[in-house]
Design a protein around this ligand. Structure first.
Ligand SMILES: O=C(O)c1cc(=O)[nH]c(=O)n1[C@@H]1O[C@H](COP(=O)(O)O)[C@@H](O)[C@H]1O
Length: 273
């Protein structure tokens, strides 16, 4: 999917919501545990109930890898279901990969070719040759961690190196890499006040913004500093939506939470664009 197609979807659905599919068997409704594949059953119900309210889904691979082969199979079924039923939805494999070049190439093949995700999250720490193998894939997107939502972001990302914060160097340097037009960036919603500075360096790039909902980030603040003429934002919420209820009504409860966010987004879009 191209970023232009993504923007079209955002305008059509009046939503820039990304729903995080971070499935924890201890948190899903207990009646689903009798299903042959409880993780996929949960995801399918959530997708069926919310697909008209969001433009993206983001399974975090940790929540699948934790369950071994069954977890990976559930991830595979989930992406196949999305690609088949909802090809207009932007899919993100939140895997936070990155390694020496030939290893990164294999990671890129796993997520872009084998699983056919539209994008994957990648850590920038190993530099140019660890990220360019992901960027080489046409119409696929590499979402680079820039300024993350957690407290540990202050350990390295905001430290000054040669008088400039490290996360700003990540943003600036990454723009010089081959096929850098395929880059998007992660900026935590808990760090909304940094977005004005970030937009000076990457004025047009899409930003994946996790951290609203369970982590306390504020949607209005993020939009105030981070929104562009083409929207340029995907706001992720995982636990705040998918665990709205752990009873039989879990999918409807998730849809209500997603709808609340979608409605707030529609108002913001109508004022901004
Ligand atoms: O790359 C991410 O998506 C990510 C980056 C970041 O800085 N903070 C962050 O929370 N995430 C992910 O976004 C999701 C947030 O989930 P909730 O806090 O439940 O909404 C999790 O899958 C996190 O791993």
């Amino acid at each position: 999917m191209t970023t232009q197609q993504l923007t079209e979807q955002i305008k059509k659905k009046q939503s820039f919501l990304c729903i995080g599919l971070d499935v924890d068997l201890n948190k899903i409704p207990q009646h689903l545990l009798q299903e042959e594949d409880p993780i996929f059953a949960f995801n399918k119900a959530i997708i069926d109930a919310t697909h008209h309210l969001c433009v993206s889904y983001k399974p975090n691979t940790a929540f699948y890898e934790a369950y071994g082969i069954k977890g990976w199979q559930a991830l595979e079924k989930t992406i196949q279901y999305l690609n088949e039923k909802h090809p207009d939805i932007f899919t993100i494999a939140d895997a936070k990969r990155g390694d020496i070049g030939n290893t990164s190439s294999m990671y890129a093949k796993a997520f872009f070719e084998d699983l056919a995700f539209d994008s994957v999250t990648v850590a920038p720490y190993m530099g140019k040759d660890s990220v360019e193998p992901f960027l080489a894939f046409k119409n696929k997107h590499t979402i680079l961690l820039a300024l993350t939502s957690n407290q540990g972001a202050f350990d390295f990302q905001t430290q000054l190196v040669d008088g400039q914060e490290l996360y700003k160097q990540v943003l600036e340097t990454s723009k010089t890499w081959e096929n850098s037009e395929n880059l998007m960036y992660v900026v935590g919603a808990t760090k909304a006040e940094y977005l004005a500075d970030i937009r000076k360096i990457v004025p047009k790039s899409f930003l994946l913004v996790p951290g609203v909902g369970a982590q306390g980030g504020n949607l209005q603040e993020v939009c105030k500093y981070g929104m562009t003429k083409n929207v340029g934002l995907l706001i992720n919420s995982s636990r705040g939506i998918i665990y709205a209820s752990n009873q039989e009504d879990f999918a409807q409860a998730a849809a209500l939470k997603a709808e609340e966010m979608q409605k707030e987004m529609a108002i913001i879009l109508n004022h901004a664009l």
